[in-house]
Structure formats: structure tokens, C-alpha cells
Design a protein. Structure first.
Length: 129
């Protein structure tokens, strides 16, 4: 039993598992933000633009069976809006990250010892030729 617990602890504490757990928690919180952004800001604006179209009531009765294809269309529509919002947020974050990154640092001057060793090497090459 001790071996099992030791193996489980080693598995659970591996970097990938911990990183994954953090990503899931942050992803869930980020999902709430995106959902709120879509639901409370984008959907009302889109509703104004498309005239408040709601597909959920669309259905087709075939005998005693009702096919509510409107709910599917609404889900696809909602997905496209959420995907578009996430794309715009990721693009904006990527742009901010690029502007934050400083220009690559120029290589530092070699130390005095490196300069001296380079001179000795070059001098030896010159004498052998």
C-alpha cells in the first residue's frame, strides 16, 4: 500500500499534472468571463443588429415526433459567437504580449579573457599558415 501511495504521490506531483490542474481552474474562470462577455455584451448588440432573431422555436413535426432543429441552429450560432469572441481576446492578448516583449538584447561584449584567448588563437593560426 505504501508503494502505491508513493507512486500516486509521484504521479500527482509531476509538473505536467500540476500544470494541467492549474490550467483547468484558470480555464474554468476564464470561461465564465467569456460567457459573461458574450451573454451580456455581444449578444444584446447582435440581437439589435439581427432584429432579435431566436431560432429555438423552429421545429418540424413528423407524425408524433417533433424535431427541434432551431435549438441546434441556435447552439451553432452561439458557438460561432463565442469562438469569435475568444479569437478576438486571444488575438488582443497576443498583440499585448508582443508589445511587452523588449527587443532582443544585443550580445554582450566578450570578457577580457575571451578577447585574449581569441587573439592567441588567431595568432597561432597565423603562425601555422
Amino acid at each position: 500500500m505504501k508503494d502505491f501511495l508513493a507512486e500516486f504521490k509521484a504521479f500527482a506531483m509531476r509538473g505536467n499534472v500540476v500544470d494541467l490542474a492549474v490550467a483547468v481552474v484558470i480555464g474554468a474562470a476564464f470561461g465564465k468571463i467569456v460567457s459573461s462577455l458574450v451573454e451580456n455584451i455581444f449578444m444584446p448588440v447582435i440581437g439589435i443588429i439581427v432584429g432579435g432573431v431566436d431560432f429555438t422555436g423552429w421545429s418540424l413535426a413528423v407524425g408524433e415526433v417533433t424535431i427541434t432543429y432551431g435549438k441546434f441552429i441556435q447552439s451553432v450560432f452561439d458557438f460561432v459567437i463565442v469562438a469569435l469572441v475568444i479569437f478576438m481576446v486571444v488575438k488582443a492578448m497576443s498583440k499585448m504580449k508582443k508589445t511587452e516583449e523588449a527587443a532582443p538584447a544585443k550580445p554582450s561584449e566578450p570578457s577580457a579573457e575571451v578577447k585574449l584567448l581569441t587573439e592567441i588563437r588567431d595568432s597561432l593560426r597565423h603562425h601555422h599558415n
